[in-house]
Design a protein around this ligand. Sequence first.
Ligand code: T1G
Length: 695
Amino acid sequence: MAESVSFDARGEIALIKIENPPVNALSQAVRSGLAAAICRGEQDTRIKAMVLIGGERGFSAGADIREFGEPPRQPLLLDVIDVIERSSKPVIAAIQGTALGGGLEVALGCHFRIASPDAVMGLPEVKLGLLPGAGGTQRLPRLIGVSAALEMIVEGTVVSAQRALVLGLVDELAPGGLEAHALDFARGIVASGKPVRRVSMLDCEPSDQSVFEAYVETVERKRRGYIAPLRCIAAVRAATELPFKKGLERERAMFLELAASPQSKAQRHAFLSERAAAKIPDMRAKTAIGTLPIDLVGVVGAGTMGTGIAMCFANAGVPVMLVEANADNLERGMALVRKNYARTMARGGLSQAEMDKRVALIRPSVSNDQLAQADLVIEAVFEELEVKQKVFRMLDQICKPGAILASNTSYLNIDLIADATARPEYVLGMHFFSPANVMPLLENVRGARTLPQVCATAMKIGKLIGKTPVMVRVCDGFVGNRMLAKRTRESYFMLEEGATPQQIDKVLYDFGFPMGPFAMSDLAGVDVGWLNRQSRLANLTSRERACDILDQIHALGRFGQKTGAGFYRYDADRHRSVDPEIEALIVNHSKKRNIERRQISDVEILERCLYPMINEGAKLLEEGIVDRPGDIDVVWLKGYGFPAFLGGPLFYADQIGLPVVYEALLKYQVVHGDQYWKPAALLENMVRSGKRFYT
Ligand code: T1G
């Protein structure tokens, strides 16, 4: 028996344990161990039933994602589950922690399922661009009904043990020790003489085909461009139309199609990159740098960002002091916290008790002295270096030795902020994205002197509060905003050269972004963009300064959705429409700039928006601002809406081919000059040596 599956006879019950840390992924060794254990239980006449259990951390996180892309190795999970289900002796799945993907499919192949109250289970394959490929699309609807199965499979939602009991996904909860409960349950089944219940033998409720059509429409709207959700729907539909075996064949065919698809490769890349990014080199080297305890957090500034950041910690159960010198602003901030929570509660995402608990974890104060005992203080005040340096001087005086001082700045130099303190080793950036309590990305910015332990602590606390942390180093705009600035520059240049806002927005929307740069500007606020541009005028080139279309729109008081007009006009429901006034303004601007407008193709728009970003990504790597290309992809996937089915800007660059990107850079360099289009040395070398960002 493979070391990753143990078999232990407990009287007439066999206890079969999956032991493949960290998440009991169903590697080839586990699959063969499982099959062998079931066969052994079948052959051992003393054994009357079998209990299948995982480890503390979970039952199983499903198929081993790292095995994808390699030729499948026997036994297939599908076949192992068939061995379990065909067993003549009852097999009981005892679920604690997580049972996800193939892990839940193994449990579905068992004859009974019990779970500890804190267990969660789901079929999240769709998030990897896959579908449950080991019978899940055929068994789940037979067990819990079509609509509940559709939601779990197409949305990839995870359900609690309590919900699973209501759905009939589990037979019983085990409030006490799961193992003992499972053994008792098994003995009870044996004593009762209850026959084994095979899920595949259950009838699948017939379903009105309109249910599937409606789901397809929803998915085509909500998950534009993704293939896997559509195949998930088709697979569940097959369960209602075909006998089990035939349905399984349909599922297998679609699984293989998806597993080989560029979209799934991109989404699996995104999954693994996100986890790799959470480990900074020191942590990855397994050097025991450890982390600092964070039991009490302070946030300075009760504006939109400060309150959002405070909510992140309250949501994770970490007490947080929200300090704001101005009492009115503090009250407004707390009102915003309560409003945000109330909105979540109205959607059913929070109980009143839970909301009250989280609000109580946020302690408002006008006194900075309250921060004396904080382990971590995050500053979220006005984005101006002098203002921040003043705050950090104050914090350095008030906070206890060893407290971490973090700035939420989106682009200012962390080293200059750290210079305002006597503890630069404990200073770093923690750049949240607005709205901070919603957006998953957290750019942790290490200064030249920041201790590795402080960095590791910021990464760990970032994961604890449910963020996707990426460690970056100091540069103007860090990773995300520095690359975004190149796309923004080209978008405005193309406006003055002949494109319209709606044309550029449509190209990026069709590519897969949630919206294009001008619709985004109207959403975030033209005034916000204008302020950011004003603060960076000194860094802009002369053409960027002269390309002042944003300033002109701002001067008209058109601040975007919030004022009913920006680049577009908005009705009371904030539906946008093209505004001829803006087109006239742009045409007039081109005239004043003596630029003869021309037709710009969608291909040129896409190239001029994406390729400078890819080029900037190569520069970020060669400057050592980030350690890996995956860090850059994670920043764009989690912070800027880059479509996950394309894997991020650098993964996408590999797919289209770095020579294609390089040739285009040279083409535009001739037309628009070196300062914007000179290929990064790293990119040039990679093209010369036939290398890619990802091997
Ligand atoms: N395979 C391989 N490695 C995995 C893995 C998996 N399924 N899940 C996690 N890991 C690694 C992860 O890369 C990291 O590695 C470490 O485990 C800790 O993960 C046939 C085809 C289970 C909720 O989609 O959602 O089954 O960086 O940091 O925050 O139908 O991991 O330490 O080297 O995320 O506690 C479907 C994916 C697979 C679940 C734990 N299953 N995993 O979260 O730890 S496809 C999934 C998760 C499938 C079948 C199909 C989470 C978690 P390293 P972590 P965590």
